[in-house]
Design a protein around this ligand. Structure first.
Ligand SMILES: Cc1ncc(COP(=O)(O)O)c(C=O)c1O
Length: 345
């Protein structure tokens, strides 16, 4: 603590992205990274960009990357917002779209960065309890609200809802922004991006993506949001009041090549899905109860072993997974499918 901290610093409870041990020879499975490398085309593009041009600032707008993303998803580049990882995109979303006079709503069990942003930006929120099977019921979000945000599939449960549920939510919730965090969408969930195409694009739907999971580029720090051009313009205002150059030259070059390499994405995601089904079956034969996951991790519990004990037993063997000491989920461990494939294939 320092007497020079501003008052807000004293109030913060920062997000911890899973335990980050420095010990050697640990199998670190707690941040849902990909077990497979990035697209070789992305690595080549980054290597090619590693040259004397690094003395120059990157394109602050990232227009070439916006065009590549827009082309892939059938959108206009004006519907694309870029950030230094989707966490930064989300930060701008909280400040630029979700800081309203009414509380925002998100599930009681969800990505634990959301309440951290609320605290940082002075946003009040209501936690909407998940259903008995840890599912999101869109009918449980209430009017009025300052906005709604949840991941689909949700984290850390891995449970997804169909796009039709989100379309229903948009019909009933017209006066605030609905943010769908699709960090894990490529492992079997229907994306909401098709809803954004053409003149039918809702003015209040924002979809957030990351290159950290299925594109295996967590180290490059690239995320993006897609939505109505007016929402994107609001986010650009925030970004340009914070950092004009969130994405460096290497990140932009690598991200373009990764976005263009759909074949690599599909091949590696299919392997993760295969591992998920197989691991879930093998764990079931050991008595584990696993929630139906559409993510690159599974959320599992054993009736005879407390979640904290499982976490510790794995840790003693040098394997770090995710365990949350929160009500309703402390019996569970989140097992990312990173490296599991090599362990059980
Ligand atoms: C639901 C969800 N959203 C966003 C992120 C942030 O990803 P990144 O900042 O690496 O793009 C994560 C990372 O674990 C996540 O689980």
């Amino acid at each position: 603590m320092s007497r020079f901290w501003s008052p807000v610093v004293h109030t913060l409870t920062p997000y911890i992205p899973g335990e980050q041990p420095q010990m050697q020879r640990l199998v670190k499975l707690n941040t849902n990274e990909s077990p497979y490398g990035p697209s070789p085309k992305a690595l080549a593009a980054i290597a090619q960009q590693n040259n004397d041009d690094l003395r120059l600032y990157p394109d602050p707008e990232g227009l070439a990357l916006k065009k590549a993303i827009a082309q892939l998803h059938g959108l206009d580049p004006k519907q694309v917002f870029l950030g230094n990882g989707s966490d930064e995109v989300l930060a701008h979303v909280f400040l630029g779209l979700l800081k309203q006079s009414k509380p925002i709503q998100f599930p009681d069990i969800t990505y634990s960065f959301y309440p951290v942003y609320c605290k940082l930006f002075g946003i009040t929120h209501e936690a909407i309890p998940l259903g008995p099977d840890f599912e999101i019921n869109v009918g449980d979000f209430k009017l009025p609200n300052g906005g709604i945000i949840f991941p689909n599939p949700n984290a850390p449960t891995g449970r997804a809802i169909p796009r039709s549920d989100i379309e229903h939510l948009l019909k009933t919730n017209r006066d605030s922004v609905v943010v769908i965090d699709e960090a894990y969408v490529d492992y079997g969930t229907d994306s909401c991006i098709p809803l954004l195409r053409g003149t039918a694009c809702p003015e209040n739907l924002l979809v957030v993506h990351t290159l950290s999971k299925s594109r295996a580029l967590a180290g490059l720090r690239v995320g993006f949001a897609l939505g109505h051009p007016a929402l994107i313009e609001g986010l650009e205002r925030v970004k340009n009041s914070f950092n004009s150059y969130p994405l460096g030259r290497l990140a932009q070059a690598g991200a373009i090549a990764a976005i263009e390499d759909q074949a690599h994405l599909q091949a590696t995601s299919a392997k993760v899905i295969h591992t998920r089904e197989r691991l879930t079956k093998e764990l079931a034969s050991l008595g584990f109860e696993t929630l139906p996951s559409l993510a690159n991790f599974i959320f599992t519990r054993h009736p005879k072993h407390a979640g904290g004990n499982l976490y510790q037993a794995l840790r003693d063997r040098g394997i770090i997974v995710r365990h949350f000491k929160s009500p309703r989920i402390e019996e569970f461990c989140a097992l990312p499918l990173a490296l599991m494939s090599s362990a059980i294939n």
